[in-house]
Design a protein around this ligand. Structure first.
Ligand code: DNO
Length: 387
């Protein structure tokens, strides 16, 4: 697989020169300065491509060309936004950037409750605490009917372990982790500048009243069918990112969570340009998913791979596991053998060796990811050597 790295543009403290030194071959990035929904002009695309090329690297993947909320819930501007999306795609295609990662998660992109969960060795990781998430949903967001979405043991843990340690500051941190710090840098709905993130979030949830999984699926197929002619013309591969975590949350429909979901969206638009970002980490955060089996099953429709993996604990929490986890090695073997040129990026890695002082985007440390890339490079070289 092609070794790629998610880089957040010219303001990223991790520079392209640094990335060349550690064996990165291709760059995964977005035009982060262009607001969600606006056209990516040929000029802006070309500028980014040339900047990356001038550092001896190539722009391999766009992550993400964001799909506006209105396309997801089919608001009045949907067709206009899809037309604009097609223009951006064509501009990317003409410039030779042909792998596009996006997601179809309503309102909230990925979700974590803790960004610096301490590991016994002194490093820290991302963590999802189900009882804290329930606390956010029930006591902070105060979503109607929220309580019914959690099992009795999560509710008990929430009352006994989480509620007693909550105060204004702890609540603010939880809000920050779930809907601010993890969202802004991925061009999500909420950013650090929002004055009332919870209020804004409540308004966003309202947009999905009456939209169930089938309706969202229909909207996704509508979007994909509309853009496929442009993808065919420029040989662009669209690759949807699975829902992270792959579970129903906050009463929102989620449609890329499991084997059956993946099969449905691939069959709904049976064009090879309609494909998957195989994020082993997101899929493994659902105990119902067998990532090793899913990789075998969907390798042919996978155009981009995120290498990381999670452990789900008996209480429903999950945390990022080692990049040397045997399941991840098997997934890497599948893609290295069946999709040798496909871009792969190391995803979410621990904060270590001073990373924590650098203000990196959550999950995107330098030392942690560099170590993980070293591990992955070793795994891939071994697989190639074994033939
Ligand atoms: C989080 C990322 C996601 C991903 C988007 C793709 O770390 O994996 O934000 O980039 O969902 O659209």
């Amino acid at each position: 697989m092609e070794k790629t790295w998610r880089w957040f543009g010219p303001n990223d403290p991790i520079t392209l020169d640094m990335l060349r030194q550690i064996g990165v071959e291709g760059i995964v990035t977005s035009l982060h300065h262009i607001p969600n929904g606006e056209i990516w002009t040929a000029e802006e695309v070309r500028k980014m491509k040339d900047f990356i090329s001038s550092h001896g690297l190539r722009w391999s993947v766009v992550e993400s060309l964001p799909v506006s909320e209105e396309i997801k819930y089919a608001g009045p501007q949907r067709d206009k936004l899809i037309e604009d999306y097609k223009v951006s795609l064509a501009n990317l295609g003409k410039t030779g950037v042909k792998t596009i990662c996006y997601n179809f998660m309503p309102v909230l992109d990925w979700a974590r409750t803790e960004l610096e969960y301490p590991n016994p060795d002194g490093t820290s990781n991302l963590y999802f605490n189900r009882a804290e998430f329930a606390y956010f949903d029930i006591h902070i967001l105060k979503r109607e009917g929220a309580r019914d979405d959690y099992d009795a043991s999560t509710l008990e843990r929430m009352e006994e372990e989480v509620a007693p340690r909550m105060n204004e500051e702890a609540e603010k941190r939880l809000v920050d982790n779930i809907i601010v710090k993890t969202q802004g840098f991925v061009n999500g709905n909420i950013s650090e500048n929002d004055f009332d993130p919870v209020g804004k979030f409540r308004d966003l949830l309202k947009l999905y009243e009456g939209i169930d999984a089938d309706k969202l699926r229909e909207n996704m197929a509508y979007f994909l069918n509309a853009i496929m002619p442009v993808c065919d013309e420029y040989d662009i591969n669209m690759c949807v990112h699975p829902d992270d975590p792959p579970l129903q949350i906050l009463g929102l429909p989620r449609i890329v969570t499991c084997d059956e979901d993946i099969r449905k969206f691939l069959d709904a638009v049976p064009n090879p340009h309609n494909g998957l970002t195989f994020c082993a980490g997101s899929l493994s955060a659902g105990a119902h998913n067998d990532v090793v089996e899913l990789a075998e099953k969907y390798a042919d429709r996978t155009h981009f791979v995120h290498t990381r993996i999670c452990n789900v604990l008996p209480n429903g929490d999950f945390k990022e596991a080692s990049h040397l986890d045997p399941r991840l090695i098997k997934v890497v073997r599948t893609f290295e053998k069946r999709r040798p040129g496909v871009p792969m990026r190391v995803d979410h890695a621990p904060l270590m060796l001073g990373d924590e002082k650098m203000g990196y985007n959550a999950g995107y440390s330098f030392h942690g990811r560099m170590l993980a890339l070293g591990m992955l490079s070793g795994i891939m070289a071994t697989i190639d050597e074994e033939g």
